[in-house]
Design a protein around this ligand. Structure first.
Ligand SMILES: [Zn+2]
Length: 295
Protein backbone atom coordinates (compact mmCIF):
# COMPACT_ATOMS: atom_id res chain seq x y z
CA UNK A 1 0.00 0.00 0.00
CA UNK A 2 1.41 3.40 -0.98
CA UNK A 3 1.87 6.23 1.52
CA UNK A 4 0.15 9.57 0.79
CA UNK A 5 3.51 11.01 -0.28
CA UNK A 6 3.96 8.14 -2.74
CA UNK A 7 0.43 8.56 -4.08
CA UNK A 8 1.11 12.25 -4.66
CA UNK A 9 4.26 11.41 -6.60
CA UNK A 10 2.41 8.81 -8.69
CA UNK A 11 -0.20 11.47 -9.53
CA UNK A 12 2.50 14.01 -10.37
CA UNK A 13 4.29 11.55 -12.66
CA UNK A 14 0.98 10.74 -14.34
CA UNK A 15 0.39 14.46 -15.01
CA UNK A 16 3.86 14.90 -16.42
CA UNK A 17 3.23 12.03 -18.82
CA UNK A 18 0.04 13.64 -20.10
CA UNK A 19 0.18 13.77 -23.88
CA UNK A 20 3.07 11.30 -24.01
CA UNK A 21 1.16 8.57 -25.80
CA UNK A 22 1.81 4.87 -26.40
CA UNK A 23 0.63 2.94 -29.45
CA UNK A 24 -3.10 2.24 -29.38
CA UNK A 25 -2.60 -1.51 -28.75
CA UNK A 26 -0.13 -0.76 -25.93
CA UNK A 27 -2.41 1.60 -24.04
CA UNK A 28 -2.33 -0.61 -20.91
CA UNK A 29 1.32 0.23 -20.41
CA UNK A 30 0.53 3.65 -18.91
CA UNK A 31 -0.87 2.52 -15.57
CA UNK A 32 -0.57 3.37 -11.88
CA UNK A 33 1.58 0.28 -11.51
CA UNK A 34 3.99 1.45 -14.23
CA UNK A 35 4.34 4.87 -12.56
CA UNK A 36 5.01 3.12 -9.27
CA UNK A 37 7.68 0.82 -10.78
CA UNK A 38 9.54 3.69 -12.42
CA UNK A 39 9.40 5.78 -9.24
CA UNK A 40 10.65 2.86 -7.17
CA UNK A 41 13.48 2.28 -9.63
CA UNK A 42 14.54 5.93 -9.20
CA UNK A 43 14.14 6.08 -5.45
CA UNK A 44 10.89 8.11 -5.76
CA UNK A 45 12.57 10.98 -7.62
CA UNK A 46 9.79 12.19 -9.96
CA UNK A 47 12.10 13.94 -12.43
CA UNK A 48 14.39 10.94 -12.80
CA UNK A 49 11.39 8.58 -13.16
CA UNK A 50 9.84 10.89 -15.78
CA UNK A 51 13.04 10.81 -17.80
CA UNK A 52 13.35 7.02 -17.98
CA UNK A 53 9.63 6.50 -18.46
CA UNK A 54 9.53 8.90 -21.42
CA UNK A 55 12.54 7.07 -22.89
CA UNK A 56 10.70 3.75 -22.45
CA UNK A 57 7.56 5.08 -24.14
CA UNK A 58 9.69 6.24 -27.11
CA UNK A 59 11.37 2.81 -27.14
CA UNK A 60 8.02 1.00 -27.01
CA UNK A 61 6.66 3.07 -29.91
CA UNK A 62 9.75 2.25 -31.93
CA UNK A 63 10.34 -1.41 -30.96
CA UNK A 64 6.72 -2.49 -30.35
CA UNK A 65 7.74 -5.07 -27.72
CA UNK A 66 4.11 -6.17 -27.41
CA UNK A 67 4.53 -7.76 -30.86
CA UNK A 68 8.09 -9.09 -30.51
CA UNK A 69 8.46 -12.82 -31.24
CA UNK A 70 11.61 -14.90 -30.87
CA UNK A 71 12.45 -15.70 -34.50
CA UNK A 72 15.47 -17.76 -33.33
CA UNK A 73 13.33 -20.26 -31.38
CA UNK A 74 10.75 -20.50 -34.17
CA UNK A 75 13.53 -21.22 -36.69
CA UNK A 76 15.44 -23.69 -34.47
CA UNK A 77 13.31 -25.33 -31.77
CA UNK A 78 15.05 -25.20 -28.40
CA UNK A 79 17.31 -22.31 -29.36
CA UNK A 80 16.48 -20.84 -25.96
CA UNK A 81 15.25 -22.89 -23.00
CA UNK A 82 14.15 -20.05 -20.72
CA UNK A 83 10.45 -20.38 -20.13
CA UNK A 84 7.57 -19.60 -17.81
CA UNK A 85 6.86 -22.68 -15.66
CA UNK A 86 4.52 -21.62 -12.85
CA UNK A 87 3.86 -19.06 -10.11
CA UNK A 88 5.46 -18.40 -6.72
CA UNK A 89 3.68 -17.99 -3.37
CA UNK A 90 2.94 -14.32 -4.18
CA UNK A 91 1.44 -15.19 -7.60
CA UNK A 92 4.51 -13.89 -9.41
CA UNK A 93 5.31 -15.74 -12.68
CA UNK A 94 8.36 -17.99 -12.30
CA UNK A 95 10.74 -18.31 -15.26
CA UNK A 96 13.23 -21.18 -15.43
CA UNK A 97 16.35 -21.32 -17.61
CA UNK A 98 19.31 -23.63 -17.95
CA UNK A 99 22.19 -24.12 -20.34
CA UNK A 100 21.97 -27.90 -20.88
CA UNK A 101 18.64 -27.63 -22.73
CA UNK A 102 19.60 -24.73 -25.01
CA UNK A 103 20.25 -25.36 -28.66
CA UNK A 104 22.91 -22.67 -28.67
CA UNK A 105 25.68 -21.62 -26.32
CA UNK A 106 26.70 -18.78 -28.66
CA UNK A 107 24.09 -16.17 -27.98
CA UNK A 108 24.38 -12.81 -29.66
CA UNK A 109 22.78 -9.66 -28.30
CA UNK A 110 19.88 -9.73 -30.74
CA UNK A 111 18.65 -13.27 -30.04
CA UNK A 112 18.94 -12.96 -26.24
CA UNK A 113 17.04 -9.66 -26.26
CA UNK A 114 14.26 -10.95 -28.54
CA UNK A 115 13.66 -13.93 -26.27
CA UNK A 116 13.85 -11.90 -23.10
CA UNK A 117 11.41 -9.24 -24.36
CA UNK A 118 8.98 -11.92 -25.57
CA UNK A 119 9.07 -13.74 -22.20
CA UNK A 120 8.79 -10.58 -20.11
CA UNK A 121 5.88 -9.17 -22.13
CA UNK A 122 4.02 -12.49 -21.85
CA UNK A 123 4.81 -13.00 -18.15
CA UNK A 124 3.31 -9.53 -17.59
CA UNK A 125 0.08 -10.64 -19.32
CA UNK A 126 -0.19 -13.57 -16.89
CA UNK A 127 0.19 -11.36 -13.79
CA UNK A 128 -2.85 -10.88 -11.57
CA UNK A 129 -3.71 -7.21 -10.87
CA UNK A 130 -1.69 -7.00 -7.62
CA UNK A 131 1.51 -8.43 -9.16
CA UNK A 132 4.13 -6.58 -11.21
CA UNK A 133 7.26 -8.71 -10.79
CA UNK A 134 8.51 -12.12 -11.87
CA UNK A 135 11.01 -14.57 -10.36
CA UNK A 136 13.83 -16.13 -12.37
CA UNK A 137 15.34 -19.51 -11.49
CA UNK A 138 18.71 -19.72 -13.28
CA UNK A 139 20.10 -23.25 -13.46
CA UNK A 140 23.76 -23.14 -14.51
CA UNK A 141 24.01 -26.83 -15.43
CA UNK A 142 25.68 -27.10 -18.84
CA UNK A 143 27.25 -23.62 -18.75
CA UNK A 144 30.35 -23.42 -20.96
CA UNK A 145 33.02 -20.75 -21.46
CA UNK A 146 31.23 -19.74 -24.68
CA UNK A 147 28.11 -18.82 -22.65
CA UNK A 148 30.07 -16.19 -20.71
CA UNK A 149 29.76 -13.03 -22.73
CA UNK A 150 29.96 -9.85 -20.63
CA UNK A 151 29.00 -7.70 -23.66
CA UNK A 152 25.79 -9.69 -23.99
CA UNK A 153 25.09 -9.50 -20.25
CA UNK A 154 25.55 -5.74 -20.39
CA UNK A 155 23.18 -5.33 -23.35
CA UNK A 156 20.48 -7.39 -21.62
CA UNK A 157 21.03 -5.49 -18.38
CA UNK A 158 20.62 -2.16 -20.20
CA UNK A 159 17.29 -3.17 -21.70
CA UNK A 160 15.97 -4.53 -18.41
CA UNK A 161 17.14 -1.56 -16.30
CA UNK A 162 15.97 1.06 -18.76
CA UNK A 163 12.75 -0.46 -20.03
CA UNK A 164 11.69 -3.11 -17.49
CA UNK A 165 12.73 -1.55 -14.17
CA UNK A 166 11.57 -3.35 -11.03
CA UNK A 167 10.17 -6.25 -13.07
CA UNK A 168 12.61 -8.73 -11.53
CA UNK A 169 11.47 -9.69 -8.05
CA UNK A 170 14.14 -12.30 -7.30
CA UNK A 171 16.75 -14.31 -9.17
CA UNK A 172 17.60 -17.72 -7.74
CA UNK A 173 20.85 -19.27 -9.03
CA UNK A 174 21.45 -23.01 -8.74
CA UNK A 175 24.33 -25.29 -9.80
CA UNK A 176 26.73 -22.38 -10.15
CA UNK A 177 30.41 -23.27 -10.28
CA UNK A 178 33.76 -21.47 -10.61
CA UNK A 179 33.04 -20.53 -14.22
CA UNK A 180 29.92 -18.60 -13.24
CA UNK A 181 31.66 -16.99 -10.26
CA UNK A 182 34.41 -15.62 -12.53
CA UNK A 183 31.74 -14.35 -14.94
CA UNK A 184 29.71 -12.79 -12.10
CA UNK A 185 32.83 -10.96 -10.91
CA UNK A 186 33.22 -9.48 -14.41
CA UNK A 187 29.64 -8.30 -14.77
CA UNK A 188 28.58 -7.44 -11.22
CA UNK A 189 30.01 -3.91 -11.32
CA UNK A 190 27.61 -2.73 -14.02
CA UNK A 191 24.51 -4.31 -12.48
CA UNK A 192 22.61 -1.91 -10.18
CA UNK A 193 23.06 -2.76 -6.46
CA UNK A 194 19.28 -3.08 -6.08
CA UNK A 195 19.33 -5.89 -8.67
CA UNK A 196 22.43 -7.53 -7.16
CA UNK A 197 20.56 -7.72 -3.83
CA UNK A 198 17.80 -9.72 -5.52
CA UNK A 199 20.22 -12.43 -6.66
CA UNK A 200 20.33 -15.50 -4.40
CA UNK A 201 23.37 -17.72 -4.79
CA UNK A 202 23.01 -20.36 -2.10
CA UNK A 203 25.38 -23.31 -2.40
CA UNK A 204 24.32 -25.66 0.36
CA UNK A 205 21.51 -28.03 -0.35
CA UNK A 206 19.71 -27.22 2.95
CA UNK A 207 19.81 -23.46 2.28
CA UNK A 208 18.48 -23.96 -1.24
CA UNK A 209 15.66 -26.06 0.21
CA UNK A 210 14.76 -23.32 2.70
CA UNK A 211 14.76 -20.68 -0.05
CA UNK A 212 12.69 -22.85 -2.43
CA UNK A 213 10.16 -23.58 0.35
CA UNK A 214 9.89 -19.88 1.20
CA UNK A 215 9.36 -18.84 -2.41
CA UNK A 216 7.49 -21.64 -4.15
CA UNK A 217 4.31 -23.60 -3.48
CA UNK A 218 5.00 -27.36 -3.05
CA UNK A 219 3.81 -28.24 -6.55
CA UNK A 220 6.24 -25.87 -8.27
CA UNK A 221 9.04 -26.63 -5.82
CA UNK A 222 8.84 -30.36 -6.62
CA UNK A 223 8.58 -29.64 -10.34
CA UNK A 224 11.75 -27.51 -10.17
CA UNK A 225 13.66 -30.17 -8.18
CA UNK A 226 12.77 -32.80 -10.76
CA UNK A 227 13.52 -30.59 -13.78
CA UNK A 228 16.88 -29.53 -12.30
CA UNK A 229 17.74 -33.19 -11.50
CA UNK A 230 16.86 -34.42 -15.00
CA UNK A 231 18.85 -31.65 -16.71
CA UNK A 232 22.00 -32.90 -14.96
CA UNK A 233 21.82 -36.32 -16.66
CA UNK A 234 24.39 -37.35 -19.29
CA UNK A 235 23.44 -37.79 -22.01
CA UNK A 236 20.48 -35.46 -21.65
CA UNK A 237 17.26 -37.51 -22.13
CA UNK A 238 15.32 -36.77 -25.33
CA UNK A 239 12.31 -35.46 -23.41
CA UNK A 240 14.55 -32.90 -21.64
CA UNK A 241 16.13 -31.85 -24.92
CA UNK A 242 12.72 -31.41 -26.53
CA UNK A 243 11.24 -29.70 -23.48
CA UNK A 244 8.49 -28.03 -25.53
CA UNK A 245 6.77 -31.25 -26.67
CA UNK A 246 3.52 -32.54 -25.24
CA UNK A 247 3.84 -36.19 -26.14
CA UNK A 248 5.59 -37.58 -23.07
CA UNK A 249 4.12 -38.92 -19.87
CA UNK A 250 5.26 -38.36 -16.28
CA UNK A 251 7.22 -35.17 -15.56
CA UNK A 252 5.96 -32.44 -17.90
CA UNK A 253 9.00 -30.41 -18.99
CA UNK A 254 6.77 -27.52 -20.10
CA UNK A 255 5.89 -26.49 -16.55
CA UNK A 256 4.13 -27.52 -13.34
CA UNK A 257 0.64 -29.04 -13.55
CA UNK A 258 -1.45 -26.00 -12.57
CA UNK A 259 0.44 -23.83 -15.09
CA UNK A 260 0.00 -26.38 -17.89
CA UNK A 261 -3.71 -26.74 -17.12
CA UNK A 262 -4.48 -23.04 -16.91
CA UNK A 263 -2.15 -21.59 -19.52
CA UNK A 264 -1.31 -24.34 -22.03
CA UNK A 265 -4.38 -26.60 -22.14
CA UNK A 266 -6.65 -23.55 -22.38
CA UNK A 267 -4.64 -21.47 -24.79
CA UNK A 268 -7.02 -19.36 -26.88
CA UNK A 269 -5.35 -19.35 -30.25
CA UNK A 270 -8.09 -17.46 -32.10
CA UNK A 271 -7.83 -14.67 -29.59
CA UNK A 272 -4.08 -14.68 -30.03
CA UNK A 273 -4.50 -13.91 -33.73
CA UNK A 274 -6.84 -11.00 -33.18
CA UNK A 275 -5.37 -9.38 -30.06
CA UNK A 276 -1.85 -8.76 -28.95
CA UNK A 277 -2.62 -8.87 -25.24
CA UNK A 278 -3.22 -12.63 -25.14
CA UNK A 279 -0.74 -14.59 -23.02
CA UNK A 280 1.61 -16.82 -25.03
CA UNK A 281 4.04 -19.46 -23.71
CA UNK A 282 7.62 -20.23 -24.90
CA UNK A 283 7.65 -19.97 -28.74
CA UNK A 284 8.20 -23.73 -29.27
CA UNK A 285 5.52 -24.73 -26.76
CA UNK A 286 3.19 -22.41 -28.69
CA UNK A 287 4.17 -23.98 -32.05
CA UNK A 288 3.69 -27.48 -30.63
CA UNK A 289 0.20 -26.64 -29.33
CA UNK A 290 -0.75 -25.13 -32.71
CA UNK A 291 0.54 -28.29 -34.44
CA UNK A 292 -1.38 -30.58 -32.06
CA UNK A 293 -4.61 -28.66 -32.65
CA UNK A 294 -4.26 -29.18 -36.40
CA UNK A 295 -4.17 -32.97 -35.99
ZN1 LIG B 1 14.00 -17.74 -28.17
Amino acid sequence: METSDELEKIKELENRLDGWETEEDDAGFKSQQTYRRYLEARDWNVEAAEKILKATIDWRRETKPQHVVCTYCHAKPGYHAMRHVGFDRHDRPVLYSNFAQCHTQHNVVEDAIQHMIYLTENATRAMPAHVYQFVWVMDFTGMKVTSCNPRLARAVEQITSNHYPERLGACVCVNHGPLFHAFWKAVKHFIPPTTVRKVHMERHHEKIEVLFSELFPDELKHWLYEEIRLNKLHPLPKQQKEFWTTTHTGHDTRGCKSYVEKYLNNLQLDEHKSKCNTYLPHPNILDDIIEMKKQ
